[in-house]
Design a protein around this ligand. Structure first.
Ligand code: NAP
Length: 238
């Protein structure tokens, strides 16, 4: 039976990914930040034998060490890790405004350093699995080539850095047979903006289903460096 770990499962895309991996017969470690968010507990009640819920703050070294120690003590290997946790930060300010650099550092810590913390802590367990796959939920906002925004500094810069950490990890893990992919999940109706984003074109379930299809059901594209693609498997430019 394959094992998967997903971060950011309080709600939104992470929760949908965890639910659908259970539907695909995975044993799942679902990491959530806030124990008061109960949706993942409801999922655990339906899958008591195959879902383990853990608390994890990807921006905190000790939290990642503790999670990794627990996972290594319970799982023989990991086939798939999806680094999904993320935060948005300010979307409105542009040059000339009073920019909040402390907030940008927080966004960077979660979005760019968080996946690296997890990969660094768990790559050996992933190398032992059959799936050997790390998927970082990035964003089209991390593409420098396609950049059109004039703000969203913390988010866009952190996702570009997320892509670079993915590229570095792919290089470091290639000889272990581990694939690292960067995925833009589409515009998804979640609460990432602090309210339900009704302008989004995809539900979390539709995005999760498409993301798992390109990760698990189709051959991953062969690209020279790390693969950066959207939820439909279309390659994105860095
Ligand atoms: N929604 C979109 O249109 C869209 C587009 C492109 C990319 N993405 C990416 O998709 C991923 C999922 O986002 P989403 O749309 O599903 O938003 P979401 O519903 O807000 O999910 C983000 C999750 O990450 C958790 N999280 C935040 N900080 C964390 C931390 N320090 N440690 C661990 N978990 C943390 C959140 O927990 P709490 O909410 O409890 O704090 C939440 O469960 C993100 O990486 C995002 O950048 C989303």
């Amino acid at each position: 039976m394959p094992y998967a770990l997903v971060t950011g499962c309080d709600h939104g895309l992470g929760l949908a990914l965890a639910r659908q991996l259970l539907g695909r017969s995975y044993r799942v470690v679902a990491c959530r930040l806030n124990p008061e968010e109960r949706q993942v507990d409801e999922l655990a009640a339906s899958y008591p034998k195959r879902l383990i819920v853990c608390t994890l703050d990807v921006s905190n070294d000790e939290s990642v060490f503790a999670l990794a120690a627990f996972v290594k003590s319970r799982l023989p290997h990991l086939d798939l890790m999806i680094n999904c946790a993320g935060i948005l930060g300010d979307m409105r300010k542009t040059l000339g405004d009073e920019l909040d650099f402390d907030e940008m550092l927080r966004v960077f810590n979660v979005n760019a350093l968080g996946p690296l913390r997890l990969t660094n802590a768990l790559f050996e367990l992933i190398a032992l699995g059959e799936g050997k796959l790390i998927a970082n939920i990035s964003s089209e906002a991390g593409s420098i080539a396609d950049c059109y925004r004039r703000g969203w500094f913390g988010y866009c810069m952190s996702k570009a850095a997320n892509n670079m950490q993915g590229a570095l990890c792919q290089n470091a893990l290639r000889d272990k047979g581990v694939r690292v992919v960067q995925v833009h999940p589409g515009h998804v109706a979640t609460y990432m903006r602090g309210h339900l984003d009704t302008t989004a074109s995809l539900t979390p379930d539709a995005s999760a289903s498409a993301v798992l299809e390109i990760l698990l059901d189709k051959p991953l594209p062969e690209t020279p460096g790390v693969t950066y693609m959207d939820w439909q498997g279309r390659l994105l430019p860095y």
